[in-house]
Design a protein around this ligand. Structure first.
Ligand SMILES: [Fe+2]
Ligand SMILES: [Fe+2]
Length: 185
């Protein structure tokens, strides 16, 4: 099944679609929480970072509201969404440490870069499918924000001068994690 076919299956089934939205909301929420932890750990306080922190919380709330329009609220979604981000962060931190002292922003920039790249593949295809079905659900505002986050990370990544292989390896690892995540739908 292609990714587009899987998305079509999801949006054709109210229960499945609601569950999908709940998981996306949980992913955005863990993204927000992960950023909060990084903020405390590395004392990140620049305005771009703080704006990003707020955006991810807003994304989670928006997706949760749309999920709630389709299915009953559910808080316990199982470990898959939590594992996705935690495993990715552990992978990136390990790769960074193998390359020498870790710059305070490096983990944030790499982790965000990989996640936003995924978001730019996932959300536009999802939005296209929703539009085709004239759905009331839309993620266009999230697509716009994630595009800005990715552009920011590209600039930061260049200025950090990290080895391109760390990003490439992290993207390969993320692909595996995402396949496990999406296979549940
Ligand atoms: Fe987001
Ligand atoms: Fe983002």
């Amino acid at each position: 099944m292609t990714f587009e076919q899987r998305l079509d299956r999801i949006t054709s089934d109210r229960q499945l679609h609601g569950r999908f939205l709940q998981h996306l909301s949980a992913l955005e929420k863990s993204g927000h929480q992960k950023l909060l932890r990084l903020k405390h750990r590395w004392d990140l306080t620049d305005e771009d970072f703080l704006g990003h922190l707020v955006d991810e919380a807003r994304h989670s709330a928006h997706l949760k509201k749309m999920a709630h329009s389709l299915v009953e609220d559910r808080d316990n979604l199982g470990p898959l969404t939590k594992n996705y981000l935690t495993k990715l962060e552990v992978f990136i931190l390990r790769a960074l440490r193998l390359n020498g002292p870790v710059h305070s922003e490096a983990c944030y920039v790499l982790l965000t870069h990989v996640i936003e790249t995924r978001a730019q593949k996932l959300y536009p295809l999802y939005e296209a499918n929703l539009a085709q079905k004239h759905s009331n659900v839309s993620v266009q505002n999230i697509i716009d924000d994630e595009g800005e986050h990715l552009a920011l990370m590209r600039v930061k990544l260049t200025s950090l001068g990290l080895s391109p292989s760390i990003l490439a390896d992290a993207e390969v690892f993320e692909e595996e994690l995402f396949q496990i995540f999406i296979a549940q739908f």
